[in-house]
Each structure stands twice: as C-alpha cells, then as structure tokens.
Write a protein that binds this ligand. Structure first.
Ligand SMILES: Nc1nc2c(c(=O)[nH]1)N[C@H]1C(S)=C(S)[C@@H](COP(=O)(O)OP(=O)(O)OC[C@H]3O[C@@H](n4cnc5c(=O)[nH]c(N)nc54)[C@H](O)[C@@H]3O)O[C@H]1N2
Ligand SMILES: Nc1nc2c(c(=O)[nH]1)N[C@H]1C(S)=C(S)[C@@H](COP(=O)(O)OP(=O)(O)OC[C@H]3O[C@@H](n4cnc5c(=O)[nH]c(N)nc54)[C@H](O)[C@@H]3O)O[C@H]1N2
Ligand code: SF4
Ligand SMILES: [Mo]
Length: 909
C-alpha cells in the first residue's frame, strides 16, 4: 500500500492540508488532512476534485521558441532547455545592456511557491538592479498590504481562523466567502452552531450565497464602504464604545480620523449615500458597538477599488478605536486569495517592496539586504506596478518580460490593450504548466513548469501559516520547477554565485536566514530591541533557518513569527498572535467616488468575481467534469427590471460593452443584483469561449496608494445579442476552434464525462445543419437525425457500433433539451431503442434528466433535487443529504440547497 503524501491545496488562500494517494494510472485519491490546522480534514469542491485535474492533456511539456511567420501566425521550434535558457539570457542581457535595467521586467504570481518567488525577486532587485518585478497579487490584495503598512508600519495580518470561531460577530465585507474561501466559511458556520450568540453580517452589493445564513445583509451601493465604516467609527465614538486606554497607549491620530468620519453625518445620511435601509444600518452599528469579540473579514469587494486602501483603513480604524485587535476572536482580517499570496509578500515580490518585509525606500534596509545577498547592486526605487508595467510594455519602454504562473491576457484590466502590448513586445517569455492559455498564444519563449504535485516548497496561507507543498509524482516531459529556471537564467547572465541553489530546501534556508538577519525582533527579547544596525521586522522565521533536508521535508504547518530562542530552538511565540510593537495609526479616510461613474451611454455598473467551482482562467479546474457542470457558460447576472428595460431575456445572450471592451454572456435575471448593477464571472478566456473575457471591459483605474485596479466598478451597457440559432454539441473529442467553431457568433466549451460540450449560437437563417454536422462533426459511424423545418428544429446524433459519438441540437429558441441527461448517454456502451427515440424526440424519459448540477461532489442536479423536495418531502438540506447525498461532502452547495428548497416550496404567484 502506498501511504498518502501530505501536501497543501494549490487553490485558495485558506491553505487546506490535502492527503494524496497516487494511483497507478497517474491519477490520485484526494482527501482532506485531518491534522492540518487550516481545515482539519475538510475540503471544498475544488480541492476535492484535484484528482481530476492531473491529466496531461493540454500540458506544456517542452521548451519552445517561436518566431512570427509574417502572416499573423507562429513558427514554433521545440528546443532543449539549454538552448531556450541561452536564448532568454542573451536577449535579456542584450536588451539591458542597450536600454538599461528598467527595460526588462518579471511579472509573477501568488501561485508560485515561496522558494520560486524568493529567487525571482533576488535576481531582479539584487542583480538586474531594478524593481521591475510585480505580481498578480497587485490585482488581489495590494490594497490590504498598503492598508496594513499605513496602520501597523508593516504588512501583518493580525488574525487567525480560530479567531473566526471565537468571535461573537463576524462581519464579511466584499467577500463571497461561501464560494471563494469555502472551508473558512464552513468553520464560521460550524462555530455558529456551537455558539448561539454568534452573529454574521454580510456587506456586499449582491445577495451572494454567503448571505444564506447571515443575520443581516447590507446590500450597499458599490464603492461606498469607506462611507459606511466612517459612519461606524463616528457611531462607536459617539456611543461609548471607544477603548480609551488602548487608544491612548497603542495608537495615534485617532482625532484626525474621527474628524473626517464625523463629517459623514448620522446614520440616516450615511444610509442614504450607501443606498441602504437606515434601520438595517443602525442595527449593524449597534451590533458592532455592543460586541467586543468581532472579526471583520474582507477581500476583493474592499481591495479591488480605486479607494481600496482607504476601505482597508476605514475598517482597521474601527478595530483600533475599540481595541479589538490582537485579542482572541477580534481583529480586521484580510483573507488572501491565492495559495501563496502571503509568501509573495514575505519575499517582497511586489514592485514597491524589497525582501523579508524590508523597504525599498529605506537606505538602511537596502544596505542590509545587499550585504546579506552579497549582490552587485540593489534596486533603489520602486518598479512598475502591474497596470503601469503593461502600459510600459505597450509603449515600448519595457522591451522584455518574463511572465510566470499568471495569465495577464485574461486577468488584467483593459485586457485587450494588454494583449496588444504583448503582441508588440520584443521578447515575451512565459513559464506555465499549460500550453494553450491566452497569454501563451502571445509568448515567444514557452518554458514548461512543473505543476502542483510535481514540485516542492512552501506556501503561507491567510493566517500566516507556512505549510509544505510536497511532490507526489515526477514532472512530465521536460517540465521543471520555476526556481530552477530562474537560477539557470541567473547563472547564464553571470550571476552564478548568488544562485547556486540545488533544491527548494536550500532556498528556504536562505530566505529564513534573511528574515532574522539584523532583525531587532530576534532572540527571546523579541520586540523593542533597537540595537544599532538592526531593523525590527515582525516577519521573522529565523527559527527555521537551519532545518536539515529531512526536517524541511517533515516540516509541520507553522504560523510566523518563528524565532530562535537563546537555546537555539525554534519558538513560535504562540502567545503573540499579533507581533506588532509600538503604536498603530488611525488613517483619516475621506470617501471618494469610484473613478468612473455610469452615464447615459454606459448606465450600468459592472462588478466581476468568482464562481464556486472554477479557479481563475480555468487552466486547471476547467479540466474536471464535475467542476464544469455547475456553471458551464459565461453569464451575466442582472435585476429582472433592468433586463426588461434593456430588452434582454433570461436564458438568452447579451452583449456587454464598456469604453474599454466588450463581451458576450448568457443572461441570468434574478433578485441577487441591485438595480443598475451587473455581475459577470472572471473565468472565461479565449481558450474557453468566443468572446467572454470580463477583463476586456474593466477600466484600468487603480487605487492611488496601492495601484490595485478597480475590478468591481466599470460603467457598461447591456443589449441583446441577436442570433438566429441556439444550439449545443456534445462530442467525444475536443473541437478545433478555427476549423469547427469559427462559424459561430458565440460559443463556450466545457468538459463532461467522456465528452466535450459546446454551447453555441449562430447567425444566418439558411444554415443546412445536416450538412454542417456531417462536414464538421464527421467521423466513424452513422448519423441519425430529426428535422422540423417549419419550427426550425434540428437534432442529430452519430453512433458507432451503437455507441454515442456526437450529438447536435439546434433551434431558433434557447429552450433546448437538458444537456445533463444527454451527457449521461456518453457513458453507455450501447444506446437502446428507447434512448435513441428519446434522443431524437429531444425528451428524456421521466426522471432521467437530473438538471444542472448543484452538488458537484455527488453530481446531484437541480431537477433531481426539486423532485425530492416536491415529491419526497425533503424540506431541509439534511433530508436532501440523507436521500441523495447532496451537500454531505464539502458542503459548498448548502446555500444553494436552502435557496432551492425555498423557491420550490414557495407558493406559485
Ligand atoms: N471558487 C473560487 N474561489 C477562489 C478563487 C477562484 O477563482 N474561484 N480565487 C481566489 C482568489 S485569487 C481571490 S482574490 C479570492 C476572492 O474572493 P472574494 O473576494 O470573496 O471574491 P470575488 O467574487 O472577487 O468578490 C467578492 C465580492 O465583492 C463584492 N463587491 C463588489 N463591489 C463591492 C463593493 O463596492 N463593496 C463591497 N463591500 N463588496 C463589493 C462582489 O459582489 C463579490 O461578491 O477568491 C479565492 N478563491
Ligand atoms: N475582472 C476581474 N479580473 C480579475 C479579478 C477580478 O475580480 N475581476 N481578480 C484578480 C485576482 S484577485 C487575481 S488573483 C487574478 C488571477 O489571475 P491569473 O493569475 O491570471 O489567473 P490564473 O488562471 O490562476 O493563472 C495562473 C497561471 O499559472 C499557471 N500555473 C499554475 N501553477 C503554476 C506553476 O507552478 N508554475 C507556473 N509557471 N505556472 C503555473 C496556470 O496554468 C495559469 O495559466 O485575476 C485578477 N483579475
Ligand atoms: S477552501 Fe477549497 S480551494 Fe481553498 S484551500 Fe481549501 S480545499 Fe483548496
Ligand atoms: Mo486573487
């Protein structure tokens, strides 16, 4: 028997421990690690489906160099590693020699391991001598970083997951925790069951699944959080909730912040500006004032805003005034998105940071880092932040860029312009584990990266807990870890002495040593030691800096700081949950409107974010059938009244456009949206749909302090996307975009068990579908079909030896038969007569159609659930679980189960 490998989930910043038992066929059995303190055995739908994402289809397996062929395409040359790296080294060296160090850049990712990140940052800042290295974390939590620095002097998250459980009030601000940090959400839910006092408040313009169990949902007007929290600050002060002793001893500038906050007026005025019911807002203020143990957890609804940093400080101000920070069950909690966003912050991976929480702007810090590295130089001014960096590429100021573990052609704002910038760039190098990403299409050099399960290192989660990612299989083809590529490039550029690392372990030790090097917070005396030449940093893991290879291999999850005691042993300062000495600062936060206001031409506000079962640009989650079934198409959520006024209909297609770009998506009209607000998912790229990149529409405005883009607020217009045909194809093989899909005005792909699914829409009334099917979807076997030319309906299927190979359904209307039922037919060895009849009539036999998947773990569909609710008396999620197992594994679908029960049992209007 092979024993399970303990590793960490590669998705969200909860950082769950995962037990992997590799199987002989290349797959693996996945389970939650019961001993990991982030999840204690739980996993969400994405974590639980990791075993389905290990296939090699679509993997980038060999280095490639490509040159434009002059007619818009590429001449691709597979090369050996040596040749690829020589080429990159030569070009980087040449460009830097000619145009200076500022003419090159790295753009990296919170999905790198700390060891990858450390060497990338060291190479650029210590050897290139520029700070032109930025990361997709700029798009993610740079506002939280900036807010922490302003308030605490250092980027330190003062909370842990246990605080969420100990709190009597959890306030979720701009966080769809139930879908984006599902295991943290499950921990909140479980704690509420144990503590009847516990309250949950959600502050989000949308009614998300996270609102499901909330005691109060405040659907504020987008962008008005600063106003709301200023109002709270003034209320707390006015009603005696100030902790005067704490404010006097541990903080500064309270008065300045309060003066600004009081200008907002009373609760009525604040409520009006935030578009909220004044009674509900007052209820929230009173609850917050009366509850000492309160955690305010926030993520992208706060950070991704042109006033993101102020939103963060407006929240922190309320915790400082009440002294509710650094105590069990209390604090402002920025939850990180990516698995190693926090590790990236530790190594200084942002363009305005140095390394080990040291500052670029401080000469003493620069000397310290350069002396430790023994590097020829060190960057002395901030580099370009993500949005500026791609502008500089577009202007030709940056001429070479190495992109690592991120897909900027999809994920940056104004993404069409980003694409243009990359097209015009002299040298685009990309390391990725997948070959077909939107960014890969624009790269001159492709470097195959080892993926999760193939590489070793560490990640740090939202609560500052460092955990090991461990390899459990060999990297396929020529794939190599990113740290290895960086070190090999450095060596070729003449920097061998700083990059002689032979393993992730050796890199980790150097990183840990730097954190403790001349750190005034080292040793047992910890804080307050101000010896000359030393610089206090709360980030300190010196206690881990002499782990043997074996100890590193066995490293247990541990929260920093990890100091070295006088006796030389590691100590985790368990009693110091918030290692910040000195005074913390209130920051006055005058409210500002979002950068671009809606107007007559673009009257709606576009919000963008995540769905339950997909991860970002779907390069990995997109290959798991059970994750595709929940939301198989790009969509836009809209209020029914707005839909009516815009002339777009539920279930049909709409075109959304802004001053920056456009996309097409399926309309979902419902009461989750405020009037005027639209929501689209961020996951669809050109690799998965014809025209559905949300980033193309997003305005490039950024927060002036953090440089984080305003992803949640772009003025847009929505209008019907007129088509003549709606249809779908289920096909055993993937279809080719230019040969088979190009004729469609719209398409979106997803994977199913044994087949690929294509939703499409087409223009032109006179399409001969029978001929189209035979020409485009041909292959072995024979076609059977049904046509109703009067109704414009066409259905066809191709069978080989009785087995279904392909089917096509088209109609002038979007009311096509359920795909889930048809998908099931692909699992059958032979279709019987009844199934063939059902196929051509487009009607499944009673009970055969499960409907769209709600529970991904056990593939339980909406129709199946509705039948159980209506006909079998299941009126609670627990009963549905007993009957159908739905919701009994990861629990991510429980909010939807509750909603479905409500809707199904509601009296018809
Ligand atoms: N399933 C899934 N989980 C993920 C990811 C994923 O791709 N898929 N990605 C991970 C990453 S990198 C990140 S950063 C996190 C993000 O996690 P979240 O921040 O929870 O996710 P989002 O959906 O981006 O946005 C959160 C909410 O902000 C709300 N919002 C928009 N504007 C405002 C506003 O002005 N004020 C307030 N208060 N709220 C507003 C949106 O309506 C949305 O519900 O998720 C992580 N987890
Ligand atoms: N409109 C809109 N846009 C957004 C957001 C939003 O809310 N709205 N959110 C923003 C946020 S918070 C984030 S974090 C970003 C995420 O955006 P991206 O970082 O662009 O998204 P991913 O799809 O996760 O890209 C990661 C890439 O790295 C590859 N990869 C995975 N593991 C490895 C590895 O070990 N090594 C290498 N070299 N490659 C690897 C994957 O195959 C994938 O291509 O999107 C941002 N963009
Ligand atoms: S909550 Fe889900 S995605 Fe996040 S780390 Fe845990 S299993 Fe992975
Ligand atoms: Mo993120």
């Amino acid at each position: 028997m092979t024993s399970a490998v303990r590793t960490t989930c590669p998705y969200c910043g909860v950082g769950c421990g995962v037990l992997v038992t590799p199987a002989a066929d290349g797959g693996a059995a996945i389970a939650g690690d019961p001993d990991h303190p982030a999840n204690f055995g739980r996993l969400c739908s994405k974590g639980a489906a990791l075993g389905e994402t290990l296939g090699l289809a679509g993997r980038l397996l060999h280095p490639q160099i490509r040159r434009a062929d002059g007619s818009g395409g590429w001449r691709t040359e597979p090369v050996e590693w040596g040749a690829a790296l020589d080429h990159v080294a030569e070009r980087f060296t040449g460009i830097m020699r000619q145009h200076g160090p500022e003419s090159v850049a790295l753009y990296v990712s919170g999905q790198l391991l700390t060891e990858d990140y450390y060497v990338a940052n060291k190479l650029v800042k210590g050897y290139f001598g520029t700070a032109n290295i930025d990361t997709n974390s700029r798009l993610c939590m740079s506002s939280a970083v900036a807010g922490h620095k302003r308030a605490f002097g250092e980027d330190v998250v003062p909370c842990s997951y246990a605080d969420l459980e100990q709190a009597d009030l959890v306030v979720l601000v701009g966080s769809n925790t139930a879908w984006c940090h599902p295991v943290a959400y499950q921990r909140i839910v479980a704690a509420r069951e144990r503590n009847p006092q516990a309250r949950l408040v959600v502050i989000d313009p949308r009614r998300t699944p996270t609102c499901d169990l909330a005691d109060l949902h405040l659907p504020l007007r987008a962008g008005t959080d600063v106003d709301l929290f200023n109002g709270l600050l003034a209320h707390l002060d006015g009603t005696g909730a100030r902790d005067a002793a704490f404010v006097d001893a541990r903080t500064r500038d309270a008065q300045a912040a309060l003066e600004v906050a009081r200008r907002g007026g009373g609760v009525e005025q604040v409520a009006q500006r935030c578009g909220l019911d004044a009674g509900k807002l007052a209820q929230f203020y009173a609850l917050f004032a009366a509850t000492p143990r309160v955690v305010t957890l926030f993520s992208q609804g706060v950070n991704q805003s042109s006033s993101g940093t102020d939103k963060v400080n407006a929240i922190i101000n309320c915790h400082l005034l009440t002294g509710r920070i650094g105590k069990p069950g209390a604090g402002p909690f920025s939850i990180t998105g990516q698995p190693n966003a926090m590790g990236g912050r530790e190594v200084g991976g942002l363009a305005n940071m140095l390394a080990a929480h040291l500052e670029l702007g401080e000469p003493q810090h620069r000397r310290l880092v350069q002396a430790f590295w023994g590097s020829p130089r060190v960057a002395d001014r901030p580099g370009l932040k993500a949005v500026e960096l791609f502008e500089a590429i577009g202007q030709g100021r940056v001429k070479a860029v190495w992109i690592m573990a991120t897909n900027p052609a999809v994920s940056l704002p104004d993404a069409d312009r980003v694409r243009e910038a990359l097209r015009g760039c002299e040298l685009v190098v990309l390391s990725d584990c997948m070959a077909g990403t939107d960014t890969a299409r624009l790269a001159h050099v492709l470097l195959p990266a080892a993926a999760w399960g193939e590489k070793d290192g560490t990640v740090t989660n939202s609560e500052r807990r460092i955990s090991r990612q461990r390899a459990f299989r060999a990297a396929p083809g020529q794939a190599r870890p990113d740290w290895w590529m960086v070190c090999e490039l450095a060596r070729r550029m003449g920097f061998a002495e700083g990059f002689a690392f032979r393993s992730a372990h050796e890199i980790f030790l150097e990183h840990a040593r730097l954190s403790g090097w001349l750190n005034a917070g080292n040793g047992e005396s910890a804080v307050g030691n101000r010896q000359s030449g030393t610089v206090f940093r709360a980030f300190n893991v010196e206690g881990l800096s002499d782990l043997s290879a074996d100890q590193y291999e066995r490293l247990e999850p541990v929260r920093w700081p990890v100091l070295r005691t006088a006796a030389g042993a590691a100590s985790t300062v368990a009693d110091s949950p918030f290692p910040i000495p000195g005074r913390m600062a209130f920051v006055p936060t005058p409210p500002r409107a979002p950068a671009h206001a809606p107007d007559a031409e673009y009257p709606h506000v576009l919000n963008s974010g995540r769905i339950r079962d997909q991860w970002h640009s779907m390069t990995r989650t997109g290959s798991a059938p059970r994750l595709a079934a929940h939301r198989p198409e790009p969509f836009v959520d809209i209020h029914p009244q707005d839909a009516l006024e815009a002339g777009v209909r539920h279930g049909e297609l709409a075109r959304l456009s802004s001053r920056w770009g456009a996309m097409v998506a399926r309309v979902r009209a419902g009461d989750e949206q405020r009037r005027g607000d639209l929501f689209v998912p961020i996951h669809w790229s050109d690799a998965f749909a014809a025209d559905a990149r949300a980033g193309a529409l997003v305005n490039p405005a950024v927060d002036p302090v953090s440089g984080e883009p305003e992803f949640k607020h772009t003025p847009v217009r929505i209008e019907p996307f007129g088509v003549d045909w709606h249809g779908f194809v289920l096909h055993r093989e993937p279809l080719d975009e230019s040969a088979q899909l190009a004729a469609f005005a719209y398409w979106a792909r997803s994977v199913g068990g044994g087949h690929h699914r294509y939703e499409f829409a087409a223009r032109g009334r006179r399409i001969d579908w029978a001929a189209w099917a035979r020409a485009r979807l041909g292959g072995a076997g024979e076609w059977v079909d049904y046509a109703d030319p009067g109704e414009g309906i066409y259905r066809a299927a191709r069978l080989a030896a009785g087995k279904l190979q392909s089917c096509l359904f088209v109609s002038p209307r979007p009311d096509l038969p359920g795909r889930e039922w048809l998908a099931g037919l692909f699992a059958l060895e032979r279709l019987g007569a009844a199934e063939r009849r059902a196929l051509l009539s487009g009607r499944p036999s009673a009970g055969a159609d499960a409907g769209a998947t709600v529970c991904a773990c056990f593939a339980v569909g909406r129709r199946t659930l509705q039948r159980a609710i209506r006909e079998q008396g299941c009126t609670t999620p627990r009963q549905l679980g007993q009957k159908l197992r739905a919701g009994t594994n990861c629990g991510s679908c429980l909010p939807e189960l509750r909603r479905l029960i409500e809707e199904t049992l509601a009296p018809a209007e």
